[in-house]
Design a protein around this ligand. Sequence first.
Ligand SMILES: Cc1cc2nc3c(=O)[nH]c(=O)nc-3n(C[C@H](O)[C@H](O)[C@H](O)COP(=O)(O)OP(=O)(O)OC[C@H]3O[C@@H](n4cnc5c(N)ncnc54)[C@H](O)[C@@H]3O)c2cc1C
Length: 430
Amino acid sequence: MGLTGRMLTVGIVGAGPAGLSAARLLEETGRARAVIFEKDERVGGKSFSTPRYGSMHDIGTCYSMLAHATTNRWMKELRIPQRPIDRQMVDGVPVIRYILGGKPFTTASETLRFFRAWETQMRAFEERPDDPDVRQTAAMPVGDWIDAHGFPSMRRYMQRGLTNMGYGYLDEAPTVQALRWCGPDLLISGALKRIKAPEKGWQNFWERISQRLDVRLGQPVEEIRRGNDGIDIVTPAGATRVDALLIAAPLDELMHALRLTAAEQRVIDAVKWDRLCASLAAIAGWRRNDDIVIYEDALKSGAPPGVLLSSRVAGPPPKKQDRHGTRFFMCFQYAGSLTNADLAAKLRRDVEQRGGYLDHLAVQKVWKFSPRYDADALRDGLISQMRAMQGDERTWYTGATFSFEAVSNIVEFNRKLAPEMVRQLEAMRR
Ligand SMILES: Cc1cc2nc3c(=O)[nH]c(=O)nc-3n(C[C@H](O)[C@H](O)[C@H](O)COP(=O)(O)OP(=O)(O)OC[C@H]3O[C@@H](n4cnc5c(N)ncnc54)[C@H](O)[C@@H]3O)c2cc1C
């Protein structure tokens, strides 16, 4: 209980992974309760699963790795089984061979040097965000950082881990963001075959997490009034008074609901969102069983938007293959400013070039994905500004913009944020 004996009430905007995990972690402190407002009629945000052809398909969040320590633990507690994703190929070559580039011994010593450089760099970002040299490195494209260190194999690792997973090309992704995701953990998860996916899909997992939480579906937050004593969150169902606000939806989507502070406006101006297309497609003639297939020509900087990044077999093998061997695949493309029809046409062409035939698209979804920081804003101190604004006007921030566009980063970020939020709110009461 708080010092005055009353539980703190935190209003959370957004019931995606950020909002739901923060709510659970806040409630685990035993001193706060959360009320979550979600505009959609379902929880999960970009963790979105859909049943088709007798199995569940994840159109959004796909995998868990070692870094998903907290969600892996929650899945264990809830007895949610995960299946391994083992076979990853780059243009017909196992991904590990692609990264090694035919030089296993050189790569082993390079990997150790990379782990050390990563550790040192991350510590600098954490401890000295205001140092001009650190800001300069934060803004530098990660490809330049890799080349400056002489890491040719790690370049291939990042093409797989960053570009292929939708986080941008190496000559555009700022080092501070790329290294949050592409660290030792991701590499070790791949090498130890610890990449998994929940069998009933990610959305089902978040539905289970939300069962014990106060989630209000179908309630878009339309207005937020912030005062010294508390905050009113207004949805079509009325106003709710809370002690603190946690924004777990993209900040720009709340532009009209909030009287923006200067810091909030700076973050909105400094962030550019990408678009990533995920399609569940019926494809004939691809008799492949690899879990994930990556196409190398899509990994090179300058590849045109819409080119097929990767595909993976979706769902269990059919009991009886039809004459053409039609099966379902999940396919990923950078969308840029292309329309859904353009993306479908490009997918069809790429599939045909690879010996298949696109029979039909069952689901095609273009996500607002991977917020990228502006390099000038990083050089101007964006990272420390984003830290300093936490708690101003009783408002805290989480989600992809404030950590990284992955459930693991977001949940681990919330593990620190939730107790710190409670501590600061209790201090305000004294
Ligand atoms: C194709 C794809 C594959 C991915 N694969 C992986 C993976 O393998 N592993 C991994 O860890 N991550 C993966 N991710 C990333 C992960 O899904 C996201 O990082 C995560 O969902 C972001 O969580 P969030 O809660 O910050 O945002 P979101 O998931 O976007 O949730 C935000 C929520 O806020 C709600 N909202 C917005 N505005 C309002 C409003 N005004 N009022 C009320 N509610 C509002 C939205 O409806 C939404 O539910 C993938 C994502 C995609 C798209």
